[in-house]
Design a protein around this ligand. Structure first.
Ligand code: AMP
Length: 415
């Protein structure tokens, strides 16, 4: 099978790494890719938001599977264009991707499917926003309705800050605050059959101790030793399957990756958000533990044959990923700095490796930072403590001027 992956972050590097290890994959391509992906796949310059360009490339390569990584091309309908050309594609239609593209749409689907989530109001004026904030009280949760790369959410006890964020967005969803730990649970679906993956937890805030601004994600780990038994089965029955069934009923079947961001509150499991694609950085740790070759699983989603797949096999051990971000991330990331120590950070036995996010290869062969999140240093081990130690050992070998990372990824869970 020839596979084309669309995207160029650490998630796509993780996808490409797994696909490159699948014996069924004869050729691996990625567009646009990055400096790390270029080591395992042939990279192609392409506007990833342009369905016609992506389809033309897939045709030219004779791709038997196209995997769309990020949310923006999905919402833009890139999977629709590829599917219309008769090429199997992993990723939902633009209409189904509205589950992530519009918080208001997601709330409506959840209401229809009877899926437990935070109570909420959709607001378009400052007066409506003020009323909704006062209805719930502090802490306030204000979400930009549209796509915001994980950064459109403000959680604060400062009413003025909440109002200011609402005013800065065209349409916001204001909702009740959910207490309790968060879990990310991914499921692969073909629109009918739903196959949950292993749960993971990510770290959204920029600084240790969950301080600082929200980011795209600063690290992740899997499994979750503290999670209640039966969590995956419960979420499959109460969240994932009803949502997939509801979208099919509405005439917008969802195939691809359904990501449920959950809060395990004192009153039960609640959905915080849905995403329509693999989450970054959780993908890095979930795929690190998946033993079943990846291409066949994604192809079964693309072709509606997930019910014929053998149960997924998992590594019993643990995985941890630590993100190295640029100076100034998330507000104003500085780019163009050389990254040193990448080779030294890789373990010869494959238990630690560096996934590239925002990087590019300079003409002189050096690797330069090219985005906010630059690297996702990933390690596996028999348990979280070992995976964590290996990941941080690798992080210490890398130097990036002004680079920042959290030092407490998986710390509590590993104890
Ligand atoms: P989202 O983009 O919806 O995942 O929100 C980003 C982050 O904001 C989440 O991972 C949570 O940490 C936080 N958050 C979102 N919604 C809520 C809520 N209703 N209650 C508490 N925290 C929330």
């Amino acid at each position: 099978m020839k596979v084309l992956v669309i995207g160029g972050g650490a998630r796509e590097h993780a996808l490409c790494r797994s696909l490159s290890q699948d014996p069924a994959v004869t050729e691996l391509h990625c567009a646009p890719g990055n400096a790390g992906i270029a080591q395992v796949a042939t990279v192609h310059p392409v506007d990833q938001l342009d369905g016609a360009q992506v389809t033309a490339l897939a045709r030219e390569l004779g791709a038997g599977l196209v995997v769309v990584g990020p949310e923006a091309p999905l919402v833009a309908g890139v999977a629709d264009a590829v599917r219309a050309a008769g090429i199997p594609v992993f990723g939902p239609s633009g209409a189904a991707a509205q589950l992530e593209g519009s918080k208001a749409f997601a709330k409506d689907v959840m209401a229809g499917a009877g899926v437990p989530t935070a109570r909420s109001y959709v607001c378009t004026t400052p007066a409506e926003a003020a009323e909704a904030l006062d209805a719930f009280g502090a802490p306030y949760v204000v979400k930009d309705d549209g796509l915001a790369a994980g950064k459109g959410v403000v959680v604060t006890s400062d009413r003025d800050e909440a109002l200011a964020h609402a005013a800065a967005c065209e349409r916001v969803v204001i909702e009740e605050y959910l207490d309790g730990p968060e879990v990310s649970l991914f499921a692969i679906t073909d629109g009918s059959t739903v196959l949950p993956l292993q749960p993971a937890q990510d770290f959204k805030r920029a600084l240790d101790g969950d301080e600082g601004p929200n980011t795209g994600g600063m690290g992740a780990y899997s499994p979750l030793p503290w999670a209640p038994e039966g969590l995956v089965e419960e979420v499959l029955a109460t969240v994932l399957q009803p949502t997939v069934d509801e979208l099919r009923r509405r005439g917008t079947p969802f195939s691809g990756l359904l990501y449920a961001g959950l809060a395990l509150t004192s009153r039960g499991t609640r959905v915080i958000e849905f995403n329509a694609r693999f989450g970054d950085p959780e993908t890095q740790v979930v795929l690190a533990r998946l033993r079943t070759p990846l291409a066949g699983v994604l192809h079964a989603s693309a072709t509606g044959t997930l019910d014929q797949l053998e149960p997924l096999r998992w590594d019993e051990g643990a995985a941890v990923t630590v993100v190295i971000a640029s100076e100034g991330y998330p507000a104003a990331p500085r780019t163009g700095d050389p990254i040193e120590g990448l080779a030294e950070a890789e373990a010869a036995d494959g238990t630690a490796y560096v996934l590239h996010a925002g990087t590019e290869a300079a003409e002189d062969g050096r690797v330069l930072s090219a985005g906010g999140r630059v690297l996702s240093v990933t390690a596996t081990g028999t348990d979280l403590a070992e995976a964590r130690e290996r990941a941080y050992r690798s992080v210490e070998r890398i130097s990036l001027k002004g680079g920042q990372h959290r030092s407490d990824i998986a710390l509590k869970a590993a104890r």
